[in-house]
Design a protein around this ligand. Structure first.
Ligand SMILES: [Zn+2]
Length: 386
């Protein structure tokens, strides 16, 4: 009794293996897909998916950076454009001021010309009066004033005119100075505008560069996204294929349910079905297989031709081999001390798949053997005489 095993009556983990492997069904050309093909395909698809997801996330992050750079460049460009625009307005204002000054200067220069002409006229009059006929001055000025007074008056006129002219000339000089000042300011503004325009051109070309990089990244992102969608679609197709395969392998009266041989000879220590839990000694437990005991290390043979779909450790089962017989039947060999086959390997009835042991939930060395139909445990005694 001590070598009885306890295996979960729940077949969840084994069913999961079936489903996972089933999810990989991609038939090879000219040949029906086996679970091993599917397993390989699944690994490939998963690897592709991970690699693509990695690439996608890298490209996404690069795209975000590129977008951020574009936003920053755009804001710099807008700032410079605002500066430039306000400077252009200032330049226009200065140009208007210059034009006003020019017009003022022109008017004043005209006045100066006139004043200069007046002054010349006075000088000519004086000259004539002094050189040609001093008495004539009396006639020019006034007939009742004496020549000395007339001369005085003329000199007064001359002085006044001269003062006026000087004042105008002074004003013109001031206007010219102001104009010069404004023109310098205008030139300064024009230079700043030019420098801003250069900066803007540089930024704009940077922006264009980044924009095409962004477009490129966006394209790549779309490429990886559609690759990922394709892989996921393939995975769905694989799942569908498996479902189709499983439903098409439903047992019919024609299905070959024979051909099972005894995996190991020995004593049946626990039959299939309800029993007292062998580990606790309490409670009812559904035993999903049959336990056969022999000497530790006795070779265990494949019960029927098929493909190994699991060769490794499973909780409860310990070192365990699962063979798919590809017509809805599967067999399980548990608690081995050593496994002799690999997943994906084709085996014939009688091929040694491992050696008896007590790995997993076993209280002593024995083989826990199961036959499953569409994943449902069935009594092995119906197929094999122990
Ligand atoms: Zn068992």
């Amino acid at each position: 009794m001590s070598w009885r095993c306890r295996v979960f009556s729940k077949w969840v983990s084994v069913i999961i293996v079936f489903v996972i492997i089933a999810a990989l069904a991609i038939p090879l050309p000219g040949e029906a897909a086996t679970y091993s093909d599917l397993q390989k395909k699944n690994e490939q698809l998963e690897q592709q998916k991970k690699a693509t997801q990695q690439q996608l996330s890298e490209v996404k992050s690069k795209t975000q950076d590129a977008f951020q750079a574009l936003v920053e460049l755009q804001s710099q460009i807008e700032k410079l454009e605002q500066q430039s625009s306000s400077l252009v307005q200032r330049r226009q204002l200065l140009e208007e001021q210059i034009a006003t000054l020019d017009s003022q200067i022109k008017d004043l220069e005209k006045t100066i010309e006139e004043e200069r002409a007046n002054l010349e006229q006075t000088l000519v009059t004086m000259y004539k009066w002094q050189k040609v006929a001093p008495s004539a001055l009396v006639l020019v000025v006034t007939s009742s004033v004496n020549p000395e007074l007339a001369t005085y008056a003329l000199e007064k006129v001359l002085t006044n005119q001269n003062d006026k002219l000087e004042s105008y000339e002074d004003n013109v000089a001031k206007l010219h100075a102001k104009r010069k000042e404004i023109a310098e300011a205008k030139n300064e503004v024009a230079q700043t505008i030019e420098s801003l325009q250069t900066q803007l051109a540089t930024l704009q070309s940077k922006y264009d560069e980044r924009e095409s990089l962004y477009a490129q990244l966006k394209k790549e992102q779309n490429k990886y996204a559609s690759q990922l969608a394709m892989i996921e679609q393939q995975q769905r197709e694989v799942s569908a294929e498996i479902q189709r395969m499983l439903s098409s392998t439903k047992l019919s009266s024609n299905a070959n349910s024979s051909g099972f041989i005894k995996p190991m000879s020995g004593m049946v220590t626990s039959p299939f079905g309800w029993r007292i839990n062998p580990l606790t000694g309490r409670g009812k437990d559904f035993h999903t297989g049959i336990d056969v005991a022999n000497q530790y290390g006795t070779p265990i043979k494949a019960s029927r031709t098929g493909v190994v779909i699991w060769a490794g450790w499973k909780t409860g089962y310990g070192l365990c081999v699962i063979i798919d017989h590809q017509d809805g039947y599967g067999t399980v060999y548990a608690h081995m001390s050593r496994i002799a086959v690999k997943s994906g390997q084709k085996v014939s009835a009688g091929t040694v798949v491992g050696y008896e042991g007590s790995t997993g939930w076993a209280t002593g060395p024995h083989l826990h053997f199961e036959i499953r139909i569409q994943g449902e445990p069935t009594n092995p005694a119906k197929f094999v005489q122990f």
